[in-house]
Design a protein around this ligand. Structure first.
Ligand code: NAD
Ligand code: GLY
Length: 368
C-alpha cells in the first residue's frame, strides 16, 4: 500500500524547512538527505532504547542512498540532556572528522532532539541537522520550531540556542513501540493545540478520541500533521518567543510548578500539563475570562484519555513559589495563558492575590 504522506512548510526565510508525516517514512531517510544535497558523513544521534528499535534501519536507509551513516548512541532519559553529553557527542564528531558539510540526524524523543540540535548548533559554529522524532511529544512539539539545548543542574533548558533543522521527518509508525504512559502524555500537548489555537481541531479530538486511544493510523496521522501545522504557524509569527509563541506554554505555568515540586519524578511532563490545563482553565473561569463550558469540554476530553486532572495535595505558598521559577516570569510578575474560548487564549499577568483566592475556592469552580 502506498504511504500516505502529508507535509507542512515552516517558512522562516533562509531557515525554512519542511515537516513530512507518514507511516513508514524512516525508510526514506537516505533519499531525503540526498535530496537536500547532503553527500558525506551523517551522524545519527540516538539513545540506546531507540537505537535497538530503529538504529539499524536508519543507518541502512542512509547507506542505501550512498551516504556514510554513523550511529552515536547515548543513554536514554532526561539525565542525558546535559553539557557533559553534548561534549561526548562533540568528541565523537571531532574523532570521526565530521566537517562543515556533514549532517546530524536526531533519531529519538525530545531529549535527543534538543541535545543533537544543540550539538549541531555549536560544532564548527553550526552544521546542519534534521529531526527524526520517535515520541508523540517530539513529533508534535519538540522537533518543530528550533528550540535546542540542555539542562543546567539549577534548572531545565537553561542552556541552548534557537537553531532550526533542515527537515523534520516524522514516521508515525515508530509511535507503535512507545510506552502507553508516554503516548498519553503526548496527547496532552495535542489537546493543548486545540484549546489555544484551533476550535475545529479540538472538535476533531472530541469526535475521534476513541480511535486515537486505539492509535488508529488515520487519526494519528491527522493529529500529528495538524499539531505541526499549528505549531509551525505560531513559530512563523514569533520564532524567538518574544510574544505569541508564549501561548504554547498554556498549562505549563501550573504544570511546570507541579513537576518541580514533585522533583520531576511523580508525574511525567504531559501529565503535569494535563493537570495544569484543567486548573489554568478553572482559574480563567474564576477570573471571568472564559465560560464554564470551556472548562467542561476541555476537562471531558482530558478525562477520556485517562490523564490525571486532580491538583495534588500542595499548599498555595509552595505552588506559588514554584510558579515564580517559571520562564514565564518577567520583571518579577508571573505571566499565565488564559483561555478565552476554545481556540483562543490571552497572555496576562497573574496576580498573587487572584491566584490565592482562586486556589482557596477552586473546589467550587473546577470540575476535578
Ligand atoms: P524522551 O526523549 O526522554 O523519550 C522518552 C522515552 O521514550 C525515552 O526513554 C526514549 O528512549 C523512549 N523512546 C523514544 N522513542 C521511542 C519509541 N518510538 N519507542 C519506544 N521508546 C521510545 O522524552 P520526550 O517525552 O520525547 O521529550 C521530552 C523532552 O523534550 C524534554 O527534555 C523536554 O524539555 C523536551 N521538549 C523540548 C521542546 C522544544 O521545543 N525543544 C518541546 C517539548 C519538549
Ligand atoms: N515547546 C514550546 C516551544 O517550542 O516554544
Amino acid at each position: 500500500m502506498a504511504i500516505v504522506e502529508s507535509s507542512v512548510k515552516v517558512s522562516l526565510t533562509e531557515r525554512s524547512y519542511d515537516i513530512v508525516v507518514g507511516a513508514g517514512l524512516l525508510e526514506s531517510l537516505g533519499r531525503r538527505l540526498q535530496a537536500l544535497g547532503f553527500g558525506g558523513k551523517v551522524g545519527v544521534v540516538t539513545d540506546s532504547t531507540v537505537a535497538k528499535l530503529y538504529g539499524a534501519r536508519a543507518v541502512r536507509a542512509i547507506k542505501s542512498a550512498g551516504l556514510d551513516g554513523h550511529l552515536i548512541v547515548v543513554p536514554p532519559g532526561e539525565r542525558t540532556k546535559t553539557l557533559r553529553w553534548v561534549t561526548r557527542v562533540l568528541d565523537e564528531l571531532v574523532q570521526e572528522r565530521f566537517e562543515r558539510g556533514s549532517v546530524l540526524v536526531a533519531l529519538g524523543g525530545g531529549v535527543i532532539g534538543d541535545l543533537t540540535g544543540f550539538a549541531a548548533a555549536v560544532y564548527l559554529r553550526g552544521i546542519p541537522f534534521i529531526q527524526v522524532p520517535t515520541t508523540l511529544v517530539a513529533q508534535v512539539d519538540s522537533s518543530v520550531g528550533g528550540k535546542t539545548g540542555v539542562n543546567h543542574p539549577l534548572g531545565k533548558n537553561l542552556i541552548g540556542a534557537f537553531y532550526q533543522p533542515k527537515l523534520v521527518l516524522i514516521d508515525i509508525a515508530t509511535l507503535n513501540t512507545m510506552p502507553r504512559r508516554q503516548w498519553l502524555g503526548g496527547l496532552a500537548e495535542v489537546i493543548k493545540y486545540g484549546v489555544i489555537a484551533d476550535e475545529p481541531f479540538f472538535t476533531y479530538l472530541e469526535q475521534h478520541m476513541d480511535g486515537l486511544l486505539k492509535m488508529e493510523e488515520e487519526a494519528v496521522q491527522h493529529i500529528v500533521t495538524q499539531s505541526c501545522r499549528i505549531k509551525a504557524a505560531i513559530v512563523m509569527e514569533d520564532e524567538r518567543e518574544s510574544d505569541r509563541r508564549r501561548i504554547l506554554n498554556y498549562g505549563h505555568t501550573i504544570g511546570h510548578a507541579l513537576e518541580s515540586l514533585g522533583k520531576y519524578r511523580t508525574v511525567i511532563h504531559g501529565e503535569a500539563v494535563a493537570i495544569g490545563m484543567v486548573h489554568e482553565a478553572g482559574l480563567s473561569y474564576y477570573l471571568g475570562i472564559c465560560k464554564q463550558d470551556l472548562v467542561r469540554r476541555q476537562g471531558d476530553v482530558i478525562r477520556r484519555t485517562g490523564l490525571p486532572v486532580t491538583l495534588p495535595s500542595v499548599s498555595f505558598t509552595d505552588l506559588w513559589t514554584a510558579m515564580q521559577h517559571d520562564k514565564k516570569v518577567a520583571k518579577g510578575r508571573v505571566y499565565s495563558i488564559f483561555p478565552e474560548r476554545i481556540g483562543q487564549v490571552r497572555i496576562a499577568p497573574l496576580e498573587r492575590a487572584d491566584c490565592k483566592r482562586w486556589f482557596l475556592s477552586r473546589r467550587a469552580t473546577v470540575v476535578d
